[in-house]
Design a protein around this ligand. Sequence first.
Ligand SMILES: Cc1cc2nc3c(=O)[nH]c(=O)nc-3n(C[C@H](O)[C@H](O)[C@H](O)COP(=O)(O)OP(=O)(O)OC[C@H]3O[C@@H](n4cnc5c(N)ncnc54)[C@H](O)[C@@H]3O)c2cc1C
Length: 426
Amino acid sequence: MTASRTGSYYLATAIGQRARPQLNGAIAADVCIIGAGYTGLSCALHLAKAGLKVVVLEAEVAGFGASGRNGGQVITGQRVDQVELERRYGEARARALWDLALEARSLVRSLIASHAIACDETPGHISAAVRASHATELEAYVEHLVRRYNYSTARYLSPAEMPAHVATSNYKGGLYDTASFHLHPLNYALGLARAADEAKVEIFENSRVSSVEHGEKIRLATASGAVTAKFAVYACNGYLGKLNPDLARTIMPISNYVAATEPLGEARARALIPSGAAIADTKFVLDYYRLSADHRLIFGGGETYGGADIDDAAPIVRPHILRVFPQLADSRIDYAWGGRLAITMPRLPHVGRLTPNLYFAQGYSGQGVAIATLVGKLIGEAITGQAARFDVYESLKIPPLPGGALLRQPLLTLGLLWYALRDRLG
Ligand SMILES: Cc1cc2nc3c(=O)[nH]c(=O)nc-3n(C[C@H](O)[C@H](O)[C@H](O)COP(=O)(O)OP(=O)(O)OC[C@H]3O[C@@H](n4cnc5c(N)ncnc54)[C@H](O)[C@@H]3O)c2cc1C
């Protein structure tokens, strides 16, 4: 379980929320998509633009899941860096993943522009090193990106430069990329949903899929209706639950928490992060934060792995905020919420087909704003017969998590707690 989204700053500042109908009765479609997050909405939008009849079934409302609750950081690259991708997959596949990541970033920008999505797009991202060894790695990584990928918008920040970028003495160096950016994640999701409505996608809300029957035609049932479709797509990510045990085997859902302070005023907010860039540190359980358009600090920090229900995420996030910015001790937290992400063992998304006409994508491992948007588009391409780029992700062959149905959660919880402990020990 996770803290509810009712305390969310994003919900309080949502633009263009609209109620959509529940599915009642039986209908037919070319493609039926389960889940209205970035994956499902982008897939639906691209398929509808290609002329297909698309239905989206959402258990709650559009943008209900991680897509409406996340840190809003559009960080260049895959979740795993290029050095590691080259080591794992060789240079050609690493380069293909890099090219797709760059495309993901520009896809978000072009969707925002072409559909006039008001989501506070703001440039800049800094990876902040919590240890000297991490800073050394970031410095080498900047050189690697220049040398191998001709990438010129990232630069290394020395320890002496860091306090001018983030008003804390915590960091030992950083990587500043002016081409990465951040946005209001729920308004981006709602904008995609609106664009899908306009492209004649039928989005049904409060329509949880309870069963999926495979076959030449796929039949998806909800409590009050059913869809028969030539193709279907699982886009449920961390909210998949028990809908498909095969897909559940490769992902571990994690609850992660975010808080928004009271408005700090422009001067005080700018003093914290003068460039307005988003920040993420290099810990395993990372702190990530940015300023909102109304000059609040929006700070993500802390996660839980068990099944506990959290009523109020503020006490979880507040110590993280104060460790970075003790100067905010007198600032109120106005909003706090949680969301569920899904991680895979290799920290790369699990994308593929269960049968020739049944697709899925999940497990973006905390870096899905851009990548999920792109993967939704790539599934659309594959369904319309162009699978080459989809195949780059499908070929990653994401393994099941260890432990089987019963032991998976406790084993992984132990493993993750161990990494979290290492963060604290420094
Ligand atoms: C707290 C937090 C912070 C994050 N920060 C960042 C960040 O800064 N940058 C970044 O790139 N990524 C970040 N992520 C990850 C990113 O949000 C996700 O990777 C991305 O939103 C995944 O989108 P999705 O559409 O696949 O899944 P989701 O947005 O989770 O959508 C899945 C949808 O499926 C629906 N669903 C599930 N089961 C059913 C069913 N049976 N029937 C119908 N509908 C169903 C759910 O209700 C939900 O709406 C963060 C995630 C969290 C939780």
